[in-house]
Design a protein around this ligand. Structure first.
Ligand SMILES: [Zn+2]
Length: 164
């Protein structure tokens, strides 16, 4: 039997919203390392944004990915969207498989609300708790962590029971 493709939950990917890039006028550089540790900075210039990826090896520069920024008239002014390499206008780009792209470029990508089966919801809850446990900020709160670990234990047991 073929293994089922693994669903990617969009909310769990790190991403960048076009709104996070400032006013998009003129030329400037934005530090995104807190939001996206894999990206050193974003350089905005002439209606384009260039994301500078962190270098993977010493002495070799990291990749640069460029996207056009398209103004869309809305209400009192303009809002901007990215034009992905697949030519789709999107508000957010996501980091997946070492690069930034839109949700349509990620195979098997779904919003959490689109994963409907009981089994999938279980998996989603487990990975949510797991990502909380992995979060540095939570490691300082021992009691929260312990409670989450207990909850995680129960969920994993339940998921295994459902599976088998
Ligand atoms: Zn795309």
């Amino acid at each position: 039997m073929k293994p089922k493709p693994r669903t990617v939950i969009i909310e769990q990917l790190s991403g960048i919203n076009c709104k996070d890039l400032g006013n998009k006028r003129g030329s400037y550089t934005i530090d995104l390392s807190l939001r996206l540790p894999q990206i050193v900075c974003a350089k905005i210039s002439r209606g384009c944004v260039a994301f500078h990826h962190r270098s993977l090896h010493r002495n070799t520069p990291g990749d640069i990915q460029s996207f056009q920024l398209k103004p869309i008239k809305s209400g009192f002014g303009y809002r901007y969207v990215f034009i992905c390499n697949c030519n789709t206008a999107v508000q957010s780009l996501y980091y997946h498989a070492g690069r930034l792209c839109c949700r349509w470029c990620i195979p098997h990508a779904l919003y959490a609300s689109q994963t409907s089966s009981k089994r999938q919801r279980q998996v989603l809850q487990i990975s949510r708790i797991e990502s909380l446990l992995g979060d540095k900020r939570y490691s300082t709160y021992r009691r929260v962590r312990e409670r989450l670990e207990r909850k995680l234990g129960a969920k994993v047991m339940l998921a295994k029971a459902l599976r088998g």
